[in-house]
Design a binder for this molecule. Structure first.
Ligand code: AMP
Ligand code: MG
Length: 417
């Protein structure tokens, strides 16, 4: 698989660009098998596993786009006003049952079915009612203000394509078609655990030198937003037997395994040996900061991401490498665009050329447009600056120091879900 060819690029720890790593990952994933039928409300956030076809025209009938009068365009004089007899009314849900004949008009409301015989709607602001008659000025066009049957969606057309992730608009559209149940992909099963002898779970007291586990809570948070089935396997100590057991358990029950920690240079060796024994895994050194080391591959059919240990690096690598892979596994197609905006940076940023850097920052209104403010200490363990941020400043590989006032590229967190 791709992970291996990446591994084969050079011995030991190949260095990959962010783009190369993203490409290799996406080439290694395809949608999971398995779907279920769910009621429309339960489909929120799920991914459509079929093309949803319109069972009828939307709108179902020709109808009025305005409040006004329905009439026959040919009855109107080319010059000067025309006087028509008002013979009835049509409301949304209560159609006019007769025929609009020569010299006649029907009072009509928005959404009401176009009465038989009528071919033109004149908005009420232009018309003048006079007793049982209405006076229409010249200049009206055949077909004006009429919404045609099937204009939004023709019967038999694909209303929503396979691979669409269903949000509020899609739920509304499905309901408008009278469809009560849809076929969606089953939930993705994701197992995750933290590694490290120094990592303690909340609830247990900290021994000297220990720290509390953040990463499992970060992963819980991002995976919940994707509506995955979660398998939280806790903290696993840096012991080969414990790690082997955890990895085998996870591989037996999950589609994806996310681990954190244990992939940096100093620690990687025994994990590397273990992962190579259990599966087909490459250890990457990616030109990214934070988050340079990462393992990627498969144990059996289960995809494995060995993320770095630092909490901010976990978030950066999750957003840049894991999220789209999970979406692709969930069946989402096409994958969402991740726009890069431009904004003026308010502060100086130190950078050495070489890696693509992701700086936590806050995009704010400033003067004419937008400005972006780095949110304090950028150490890869500093979660507070992540929490204060609403975006990353993305500094390209070749970039050196950024001076205050420079225009930089910005990637918003909004949409990372
Ligand atoms: P490692 O890659 O295992 O060497 O971890 C790198 C750094 O991240 C070390 O300072 C770890 O203590 C820290 N770290 C690893 N895992 C976690 C975690 N689950 N929560 C908070 N910090 C962690
Ligand atoms: Mg560790």
């Amino acid at each position: 698989m791709q992970a291996n060819s990446a591994a084969a690029q050079s011995s030991g720890r190949p260095s990959l660009s962010v783009d190369e790593a993203q490409k290799a990952i996406l080439e290694a994933v395809s949608p999971i098998d398995g779907w279920i039928k769910v009621p429309v409300r339960d489909a929120l956030g799920r991914v459509l596993a079929e093309d949803l076809v319109a069972p009828f025209n939307v709108p179902a009938h020709d109808n009025s786009a305005m409040d006004g009068y329905a009439l026959r365009a040919m009855d109107l004089a080319a010059q000067g006003d025309s006087r028509l007899a008002v013979v009835g009314s049509a409301f949304a849900g209560v159609p006019f049952s007769g025929l609009v004949g020569k010299g006649q008009a029907v009072r009509i409301m928005t959404g009401a079915v176009l009465p038989r015989g009528a071919d033109c709607i004149v908005v009420q602001e232009l018309a003048r009612a006079e007793g049982a008659e209405v006076i229409i000025p010249p200049g009206q066009r055949l077909g004006q203000n009429i919404r045609r049957a099937g204009e939004d969606l023709a019967q038999g057309a694909v209303a929503l394509p396979l691979g669409k992730r269903l949000g509020a608009a899609e739920l509304g559209l499905i309901a408008s078609l009278g469809i009560a149940e849809v076929k969606v992909y089953r939930r993705l099963r994701v197992a995750f655990f933290s590694t490290g002898d120094e990592i303690a779970s909340i609830g247990s007291p900290l021994a000297p030198g220990q720290i509390y586990d953040s990463n499992r809570y970060i992963l819980f948070g991002v995976l919940r937003q994707l509506d995955c089935e979660l398998l939280d396997m806790g903290v696993i100590p840096d012991q080969p037997a414990a790690l082997e057991g955890a990895l085998l358990d996870a591989a037996a029950s999950a589609d994806v395994i996310l681990t954190s920690g244990g992939v940096s240079v100093g620690e990687a060796d025994f994990i590397k040996a273990l992962l190579l024994k259990l599966g087909d895994v490459a250890f990457w050194k990616i030109n990214i900061k934070p988050g340079r080391p990462m393992a990627f591959g498969k144990i059996g059919n289960t995809l494995l991401f060995g993320l770095p240990g630092n909490p901010v690096a976990v978030m950066v690598t999750y957003y840049q490498f894991v999220l789209d892979a999970l979406l692709a596994l969930m069946g989402v197609t096409p994958l969402p665009e991740r726009p890069l905006l431009e904004a003026e940076c308010t502060g100086r940023i130190r950078k050495l050329p070489g890696r693509r850097e992701f700086i936590r920052a806050s995009l704010q209104r400033g003067g004419e447009g937008w400005k972006v403010v780095p949110t304090g200490a950028q150490g890869s363990g500093v979660l507070r600056s992540m929490s204060e941020a609403n975006c990353f400043i993305v500094l390209p590989e070749a970039s050196a120091d950024i001076e205050a006032g420079a225009v930089v590229k910005v990637q918003l967190f909004e949409g990372f879900a």
